[in-house]
Design a protein around this ligand. Sequence first.
Ligand code: ATP
Ligand code: MG
Length: 190
Amino acid sequence: MSKLDSDHDYKPPVKKRVSKGLLLINTGNGKGKSTAAFGVMLRAWGRGLKVIVVQYIKHENAMFGEQLAAKRLGIEMIPSGKGFTWNSKNLNEDAALAQNGWRISRELISSGDYDIVILDEFTYPIKYGWIELKEVVDFLLNRPENVNVIITGRDAQPQLIKISDCVTNMDEIKHPYNDQGILAQKGIDY
Ligand code: ATP
Ligand code: MG
């Protein structure tokens, strides 16, 4: 039940303006999880903030629109995965790559050098058991307090949702692929 539907005793929290690193999660089956994170990336870049992206599941040598844009803006995007997992013949290698990405992510977050660290498609390596959920939760709870972290991916783990500050669930109402069989479009999907 949403706060709007709930009983009329609902009291909104006292408003406060503080500078605090937030944990944001974009999840759900609908399109828009990664692009919403890239929207924040652009907004933050416009404000002169330091942003970096670790991409957990992507084709190693592919250059997608977001990577081309990031390059031109001087934003670093670090690939940690190799191809999509459902094409993979070597699961151990995928696990190793994901764990490598997590090591890089921890270093970036702990350094305190970045205002925002985006962990794109990060829910999947946790779901596959390649990265331990408890370790992620403990690490994020103890990160430097001004570092914002954005996690994207379907099926966000309840433990992650519990410790986050902002969770958005993208609902699929229509998707051109599912409804019309239309394949990914340049500039819209990649
Ligand atoms: P986007 O990067 O467009 O914001 P996303 O991050 O929400 O998408 P992913 O699961 O990472 O979703 O999707 C990557 C690709 O899969 C994109 O090309 C996207 O259009 C496509 N896609 C996203 N949601 C759906 C869906 N519900 N059905 C089919 N394809 C989808
Ligand atoms: Mg995505």
